[in-house]
Write a protein that binds this ligand. Structure first.
Ligand SMILES: O=C(O)CCC(=O)C(=O)O
Ligand SMILES: [Fe+2]
Length: 360
């Protein structure tokens, strides 16, 4: 990073652990105007070894757009090691983390939430995005050697890829889609990124926002949250519902690309992360998408051009990320083939960024 880039970066990046009182720039009035719902119905929990798992996945996609999975096959030891690696990274001194800072026009590296530019207020979180190999960043963070950090990341990505592929086929299967119906076939060659989020304890959590409301620009996202609640999903007619952490379970969010593929039968889930006064929260999101050159369009089996016309035009993942980076929570309506549908936009939706936004 050049000196000038470093200065610009420092103006935006603050060591949240050193702040004792919530500054005005971090004070959100919209947190109060969108309170959490008291609904007692929890987000569905699906045992992937249940013979009816596909049916349950279909129902959860139709009603919530988010669910938790158990018996998912990811070893607990790997989840623990990944969490420890995340902690090790975020507990580095602030100046050290800045050495692996995301470049102004880049995607990977350390920095504020990538959706920050769409909101007038700052979020109480720090993030680390890994798109390719982690080695380059690890060398900057730990010049003396990063221990098993890179091995854990690589192993985690490999295992998550298998799980994401399996869940993707449960989702497609629940729509009646078979392998031969997918022209781009092997979603095994999918692209993915890892997003590590850290939410330090906050002096005034009721007025702060960890990560503002957004949908993920993925096919699906698999999220591991440490034993600290904070993730909330928005359900039509109900409001914000907390996705309570369950030991060993993983959260699956339906992303915008499944909304396109399913021709709107399954909607991506609007979600956000809240913070708390005493605990440091950590989450690790595996962002799963198709190979970047594949055009994603409503599956022909789900449309008939007469009664059920395709609702979206075909887009590649990278094209969609560009649209999202410009129009944020309105992006789906920009690839829509019919009149714009109602979209939820929280905060300032003026486009100030031309970066890729993998989330939000
Ligand atoms: O921290 C969380 O629970 C949510 C993270 C998230 O939504 C994301 O990284 O896209
Ligand atoms: Fe997200």
């Amino acid at each position: 990073m050049s000196l000038q880039q470093q200065n610009v970066f420092r103006e935006k990046h603050v060591d949240l652990n050193s702040i004792k009182e919530l500054p005005d720039s971090y004070t959100w009035s919209s947190v109060d105007s969108c309170p959490s719902s008291n609904s007692s119905e929890p987000v569905p929990v699906i045992n992937l070894e249940d013979p009816n798992a596909m049916k349950h996945v279909g129902h959860a996609c139709k009603t919530w757009g988010v669910f938790q999975v158990t018996n998912h096959g990811i070893p607990t030891s790997l989840l623990n090691s990944m969490e420890a690696s995340g902690r090790k990274l975020f507990s580095l001194p602030f100046q050290q983390k800045l050495k692996a800072a995301r470049l102004p026009d880049g995607v990977s590296g350390y920095g504020v939430a990538r959706i920050s530019s769409f909101f007038p207020k700052l979020m109480w979180s720090e993030g680390f995005t890994l798109v390719d190999s982690p080695h380059h960043h690890a060398q900057k963070l730990w010049p003396q050697g990063s221990g098993n950090f890179c091995d854990v990341i690589e192993e985690y990505k490999k295992e998550m890829n298998k799980l994401a592929n399996k869940v993707m086929w449960l989702i497609l299967g629940s729509l009646g889609i078979k392998k031969e119906d997918i022209k781009w076939g092997e979603i095994k060659e999918a692209c993915a990124a890892l997003q590590l989020n850290s939410y330090p304890s906050c002096p005034d959590p009721d007025r702060a926002m960890g990560l503002a409301a957004h949908t993920d620009s993925t096919l699906l996202t698999i999220l591991h949250q440490n034993n600290t609640s904070g993730l909330q999903a928005h359900r039509e007619g109900v409001g914000w519902v907390t996705v309570e952490p369950i030991e060993g379970a993983l959260v699956v969010n339906i992303g915008d690309l499944v909304q396109i593929l399913s021709n709107g039968l399954y909607s991506s889930v609007l979600h956000r992360a809240m913070v708390n006064r005493t605990q440091h929260r950590l989450s690790i999101a595996y962002l799963y998408g198709p190979p970047s050159n594949v055009r994603i369009a409503p599956l022909s089996k789900l449309t008939d051009n007469v009664n059920i016309p395709p609702l979206y035009r075909a887009v590649t993942w990278s094209e969609y990320l560009g649209t999202k980076a410009k129009h944020f929570n309105k992006a789906l309506s920009f690839v829509s083939l019919c009149a714009p549908t109602s979209v939820f936009v929280d905060g300032n939706d003026n486009n100030k960024s031309n970066k890729s936004v993998l989330v939000g």
